[in-house]
Design a protein around this ligand. Structure first.
Ligand code: ADP
Ligand code: AMP
Length: 222
């Protein structure tokens, strides 16, 4: 199964991706996580991405596209993957389609987690992420068992480097201008599935897993 997760920053893509990836046994490929890890590790890629990410801008396509195309060609992605944070503009969407065509593969769905902007800021401000496994929490909506400590691996939780006010404002602008047009792009290709992301985390998970399970069963019966 090859699925794309769409939605504004803070919609809950990373949170839901962990459940989907576990249930269907497909890798969760998050461009945001890849950039963050490279920035923390001070790699060459991290050095290139840092200034864009910290300001809330998109990392240029020349860097991002090759990274993703190489990643989906890896062995663990042969039977599918979940793309979280890619594509993020129309050019990335077009290149992904061309590449899949060349590889003889196709996408199964673009899953939009629909959350209005008024809910987004509170989600991003309260987000805390694990410095080791990347798990995402929320101080109010999804608190860890022990404050400041990851319930999954016991490492420290921190605020994301781009969850400060200026970067959040910029990321919302970038979403509106560059990423939102992908909704009609995927709708035209009959791939768009929209779910109400304003509900609680568990309820959203249930809806998404139901939709994808039905799709997967249909696929297997064809
Ligand atoms: P994204 O990957 O789309 O940027 P995250 O999955 O990191 O978003 O979620 C952003 C923040 O909102 C996190 O703090 C997360 O715990 C919280 N969150 C995710 N889904 C929900 C939900 N359905 N209701 C309330 N808070 C949520
Ligand atoms: P995310 O974790 O998905 O919110 O991504 C964090 C940041 O990484 C974004 O604000 C961008 O700076 C960068 N980024 C992630 N995915 C992409 C992409 N597909 N294209 C360009 N930049 C990206």
């Amino acid at each position: 199964m090859r699925v794309i997760l769409l939605g504004p920053p803070g919609a809950g893509k990373g949170t839901q991706a962990r459940h989907i990836s576990g249930k269907f046994g497909i890798p969760h490929i998050s461009t945001g996580d890849i950039f963050m890890k490279n920035i923390t590790g001070e790699t060459e890629l991290g050095k290139k991405a840092k200034e864009y990410l910290d300001k809330g801008y998109l990392v240029p396509d020349e860097i991002t596209i090759d990274l993703v195309i190489n990643r989906i060609r890896e062995d663990d992605a042969k039977n599918g993957y979940l793309l979280d944070g890619f594509p993020r503009n129309l050019n990335q969407g077009e290149v992904l389609f061309q590449t899949l065509e060349e590889m003889g593969d196709h996408l199964d769905a673009a899953l939009l987690i629909d959350v209005p902007f008024e809910d987004i800021k509170e989600r991003m401000e309260g987000r805390r992420i694990c410095t080791s496994c990347g798990a995402s929490y929320h101080i109010k909506f999804n608190p860890p068992e022990k404050e400041g400590v990851c319930s999954k691996c016991g490492h420290k939780l921190v605020q994301r480097r781009d969850d400060h006010v200026e970067a959040v404002e910029e990321r919302l602008k970038v979403y509106e201008e560059h990423t939102k047009p992908l909704i009609s792009f995927f709708r035209k290709k009959n791939l768009l599935v929209s779910v109400d992301g304003t509900k609680g985390i568990e309820e959203v998970t249930e809806i998404i897993l139901d939709v994808l399970t039905e799709m997967d069963n249909k696929d297997n019966n064809e």
